[in-house]
Design a protein around this ligand. Structure first.
Ligand code: CDP
Length: 272
């Protein structure tokens, strides 16, 4: 196990964070769509050292049947951390924390889905934290909403998410693990980017009313940026997949070219 290093200070004299970020600066974020071929939809996210995969299956038949909802689909979210995702081996049995995070992620995603269109079915969202370094529930929401879109499930919008915290009395955006552990609290949130409605709002630690209002504004600004990254990731995945008709045309062009070459050669032979 690598020893945990407690930073001397989370903010330096210039107001920069111990990893050099400004107070409103996100960690480097990379999102990718369609990373798993067997799933109906999938996405990955790297946010700093946090690395997460999300896979979506469905809408499909629900097992066990007693979970069936007659008027809508059941959105089943399973958030799990790999045993090797943190320096202290994570016990493989589902923890209360994992169950709670699965539930809050489902609640954050549910408002953008048209679950009533798929009565009795299930939409399965599996989230695996490969490497955890703070902010996993928010990063998981970013990836899961991309995986749902990749599965072709109709959605009102994507759901961007980030946590805003407090270190040495200053609000900071997108906490890393040390900031989460040694800071004074955090407020994970998720929004509907069209209306700024919150679909996730939690609070750990104490914040004044003014701090909470400012934290929400900082979080919403960061979510707008994350939403742009989500849209870019989706567009990149679709530009990789050429439309079927185009593919067929390309194949026919190649076939025609080959045929022309063959006939050309045949002509030449005839001329001789
Ligand atoms: O990950 P998130 O901030 O959404 O949830 P948290 O419960 O506030 O956990 C903060 C961080 O603690 C995680 O991202 C992990 O880096 C770390 N953690 C850990 O080291 N071991 C665990 N069993 C759970 C979390």
């Amino acid at each position: 196990m690598s020893p945990e290093v407690k930073p001397d200070s989370l903010l330096n004299a210039e107001g920069l964070r111990f990893d050099g970020r400004r107070i409103d600066e996100l960690r480097p974020v990379q999102m990718e769509v369609g990373v798993l071929k067997t799933a109906d939809g999938s996405a990955s996210i790297r946010q700093g050292k946090t690395y997460i995969l999300a896979a979506v299956y469905g809408p499909r038949e629900l097992h066990p049947r007693h979970l069936t909802l007659n008027d809508r689909a059941f959105l089943r979210v399973v958030y799990r951390m790999a045993t090797f995702s943190v320096p202290d081996r994570k016990r493989p049995a589902p923890s209360r924390r994992e169950r709670e995070i699965s539930m809050v992620i489902a609640n954050a995603l549910q408002p953008v889905l048209f679950l009533e269109q798929y009565p009795k079915a299930v939409i399965d969202v599996f989230i695996q934290v490969i490497q955890a370094d703070g902010g996993t529930r928010c990063a998981a929401i970013n990836a899961a909403s991309l995986a749902l879109a990749d599965a072709g499930i109709p959605m009102r919008s994507l759901v961007p998410s980030v946590a805003v915290g407090k270190a040495e009395g200053t609000l900071i955006v997108d906490l890393g693990d040390e900031e989460d552990k040694y800071g004074e609290g955090d407020v994970p949130l998720a929004i509907l980017p069209g209306t700024n409605e919150l679909t996730l709002l939690q609070q750990d630690g104490s914040f004044t009313r003014e701090e909470l209002m400012e934290a929400m504004q900082m979080g919403i600004n960061a979510c707008k940026y994350l939403h742009e990254l989500q849209k870019d990731a989706l567009k990149r995945s679709y530009s990789k997949k050429a439309p079927e008709g185009e593919d067929d045309d390309d194949e026919m062009d190649d076939y025609d070219d080959d045929l022309e070459t063959d006939l050309g050669e045949a002509d030449i032979m005839e001329d001789e």
